[in-house]
Design a protein around this ligand. Structure first.
Ligand code: SF4
Length: 207
């Protein structure tokens, strides 16, 4: 597979350890995941999850965000990093959802990345969250890939290259498992190589 990495073996070991990878964000619908993912940029999932109930009690549909004042949206998410910019993005994104997609979130990569506030990472997250083929490269996955010896210039490049190299059915489950590994074991400051299931396949294993 890609650049000498035995992905099938790595996938098997990660699956054995974590069963399956998952998004930490709480959501029920594509709209909820879209909003949560926009808020989660440069913010912890935990903090964003803590807002979920109150936020979706008030803003149930894209129309609710569009009709609310910018100040009200800002107030509702003010505990989140960059809330002013994110409130503006949420309103713009919901406006496009209403005008171009009948208020529905299109579960299609090319359509998703046309939405304000939605880059490839967020789009792939939405697709993976609803079991569509997608390779999510967030900061955790990007860090793990780097430590495995795969040096990409930026996450979008990693996503595109790995999709070319891997069978489609592996994209989403593998990327979510790498995300879980990055959050729980291969942490940014202190990777726990001693407890890492893929230590034998990692160029940076310090154990
Ligand atoms: S062996 Fe260490 S550096 Fe490599 S993936 Fe595992 S935790 Fe990260």
């Amino acid at each position: 597979m890609s650049k000498g990495i035995n992905w099938e073996k790595i996938y098997g070991l990660l699956k054995e350890r974590f069963k399956e990878g998952r998004l930490e964000l709480k959501y029920q619908t594509p709209f909820e995941l879209l909003v949560m993912a926009i808020l989660a940029s440069q913010e912890s999932d935990k903090k964003v999850n803590s807002l979920k109930e109150e936020l979706f009690n008030r803003f149930k549909t894209p129309k609710d965000f569009v009709e609310a004042s910018l100040e009200e949206v800002q107030r509702s998410i003010r505990s989140i990093n960059f809330y002013r910019r994110k409130a503006k993005l949420l309103k713009e994104c919901c406006k496009v959802l209403l005008e171009k997609y009948g208020g529905e979130v299109p579960l299609d990569l090319e359509e998703l990345i046309k939405l304000p506030g939605v880059g490839r990472k967020t789009a792939n997250m939405l697709l993976a969250g609803f079991k569509r083929p997608a390779f999510v490269v967030d900061r955790h996955v990007f860090r793990v890939l780097g430590r495995l010896g795969l040096k990409f210039k930026e996450p979008d490049e990693a996503e595109i290259e790995l999709k070319k190299a891997l069978p489609k059915e592996l994209w989403s489950p593998l990327s979510l498992l790498l995300m879980t590994l990055g959050k729980e074991v291969c942490r940014a400051k202190s990777p726990n190589c001693k407890e890492c299931p893929i230590c034998n396949y990692c160029k940076s294993c310090g154990y």
